[in-house]
Design a protein around this ligand. Structure first.
Ligand code: PEP
Ligand code: MN
Length: 345
């Protein structure tokens, strides 16, 4: 259920509603919007009686939320959310590019790639230190030393950094070293991990599970918001289908579907979405034209030497070329490339 306050409602009136919600043993989620504040209610087992709130001062209306997800829905917040990743805005009219290696390998490799993706125009540096690999014998990531490399390189090039947390232990480290926590496709429905991530106050990049519907993706995000973390960016990264010309089937329709249902930003990962270098740039352009809020792209300075996902890494020059083309596409959907943070002298 959602309590919509009048445009002129005072902070005291909002507080009174919150107190009433809490006194009923429920949880109140104030959602400030451009026009008015809405207060989402969670924790109720059955329907809540609207009359309990309708007569309170400043309350415009009490509406039941028709979707199973509530806080992520557009009913709760009609305007697009903008997530602040340590100074880089993601969502709204800001198109953000996350780029970097699949895995952090060495300080030299990470710094070389970071410098290259930054000068290409990317704003956020990605790099895995805890890798969810299909084979237990494959490179599993450098762990904490990898996060330290990523953090140091991020500082050096003035780029916020994002890395994947696989479990509670790695989550603690990712929270300590990174600006944003990535929850990968394989963990999208790890609800106990999602609850813990929801209790942090770091921005989250939540990737769509490889067999998850849009509704399941939104429900996973709801876990994060229900715990009080509203800084969530969704990511379409391809789903499993019968198609064998591509690693996954990049579902750009999901971007449009999510944007109709939710206020959360959604970016697209054409690297895991296709698994093939030659498909990454064309699908990245398609994502930008479809109205995605950003891209996540794996880049390597020596793709053939990459310790993971070598077949899908593009070269820094290819990223630069792609980003040079975005100003043609982004105005079509009212977006522009977010600015990189200034380098300190
Ligand atoms: C990644 O981005 O490093 C990754 C492992 O992606 P996904 O979870 O989408 O497979
Ligand atoms: Mn990868």
């Amino acid at each position: 259920m959602l309590i919509v306050m009048t445009v002129g409602a005072t902070p005291q009136q909002v507080e009174l509603v919150i107190e009433r919600v809490v006194s009923l043993g429920l949880k109140a989620h104030p959602i400030p919007g451009a026009q008015r504040v809405a207060i989402g209610i969670t924790g109720n087992q059955g329907a809540v009686e609207p009359a309990l709130f309708e007569s309170l001062p400043g309350v415009l209306e009490v509406i039941p939320v028709s979707h199973p997800y509530k806080l992520v829905s557009r009913e709760a917040k009609p305007e697009n959310s903008v997530v602040d990743v340590s100074g880089v805005p993601v969502g709204g009219d800001n198109f953000a590019v996350f780029a970097g290696p699949c895995s952090v390998e060495t300080p030299e490799q990470t710094l070389a790639i970071a410098r290259a993706v930054r000068s290409a125009g990317a704003q956020v540096l990605r790099g895995g230190a805890f890798k969810p690999r299909t084979s237990p014998y494959a490179f599993q990531g450098l762990g904490e030393p990898g996060l330290a490399i990523l953090r140091d390189v991020g500082r050096e090039v003035a780029m916020p950094v994002v890395s994947e947390a696989l479990d509670e232990r790695s989550l603690e480290l990712v929270t300590e070293y990174c600006d944003m926590i990535q929850i990968g496709a394989r963990n999208m429905q790890n609800y106990s991990l999602l609850r813990t991530v929801g209790r942090t106050r770091k921005p989250v990049l939540l990737k769509r599970g490889m067999a998850a519907t849009v509704e399941e993706l939104l429900m996973a995000a709801e876990y994060l918001l229900a715990e009080g973390n509203y800084q969530v960016v969704l990511c379409e990264r391809g789903i499993r289908t019968f198609a064998d010309h591509t690693r996954n089937t990049l579902d750009l329709a999901a971007v449009v579907a999510v944007q109709r249902l939710s206020h959360l930003p959604i970016i697209v990962d054409p690297s895991h979405g296709t698994g093939k270098r030659h498909k990454v740039v064309p699908l990245a352009r398609a994502a930008a034209a479809a109205g995605a809020d950003g891209l996540m792209i794996e880049v390597h300075n020596e793709p053939s030497q990459a310790l993971s996902d070598a077949a899908q890494a593009i070269l820094p020059e290819e990223l630069a070329q792609l980003l040079g083309q975005l100003p043609v596409l982004l105005p079509l959907t009212g977006r522009h490339l977010a600015a990189a943070l200034a380098l300190s002298a």
